[in-house]
Write a protein that binds this ligand. Sequence first.
Ligand SMILES: Nc1ncnc2c1ncn2[C@@H]1O[C@H](COP(=O)(O)OP(=O)(O)OP(=O)(O)O)[C@@H](O)[C@H]1O
Ligand SMILES: [Mg+2]
Length: 250
Amino acid sequence: MPEFVKTGVEGLDSILNGGIVENAAVLVSGNPGTGKSIFGLQYLYNGVDQFDEGGIYLTFEETKDDISQAAQSIGFDKWDDFVDDGRIKVYDKRTLLRSGDFSSTLDTILEDLQDTQYDRLVLDSLTMFQLFFEDEKEQRQYLLKFIDILKDSGLTSILTMEQSAVFPETEIGLENFLTDGNIYLIQSPAGSTSNRYIWVAKMRKQPIKNSMFPLEIDDGGIKVFEQAAGFSMVGESAPWFADEDGGGLE
Ligand SMILES: Nc1ncnc2c1ncn2[C@@H]1O[C@H](COP(=O)(O)OP(=O)(O)OP(=O)(O)O)[C@@H](O)[C@H]1O
Ligand SMILES: [Mg+2]
């Protein structure tokens, strides 16, 4: 029986049948605004707040202050305290892009990770990380090396991935195959509003509920409604076939 790392996101751990398998690297993909960054923040915040597990946050896109503001705005009030007391360690774009030479910066991080006492890691985003490599071969080599180091360091990781196509016309990139789990965050227009969903498409070593479930982003972060009837990826009930007034789950 594998050990699980709980996300603490309401409704999600039971869809995952216990949580994320310890030492897994999970890809969280979605279009802009689907909640990938909030999910990452919440995973680390809950780790400290509910499970006494420390976390590392790596971002190439934002500064420490941006992240702190995002955390405050969604109601993670103790984020700054956790950062100040070292239970959450942030490598922001200023730290990561300080030296002009990305590969030496990367080597430093990888060394840091190797004797880490932390349990969780979030990379927001893998898309940006991959831009630093010249070609696909190099990207693939580094991604494999990076994932190996995360696992060897006892970290259970979330890597976010920006999607350019609108679901379900999703590209299945190499990243999907190289990671242990694939979670999609989906936003679909429904009349004058939009609906949000989560779909756990893959989780190695673990039976999962692989229907789509509605989710909400509100003060306190993401909540998943596992009791709402999940629906299959095939069939007319999928939300992107919804008619003018929403259809689907409404
Ligand atoms: N306090 C809040 N209450 C309700 N909804 C919020 C709140 N804060 C953010 N949101 C919603 O969450 C969405 C942003 O989520 P997030 O930044 O995690 O998206 P993302 O997937 O990381 O996007 P990107 O690809 O641009 O980085 C916003 O578009 C907004 O709709
Ligand atoms: Mg984001």
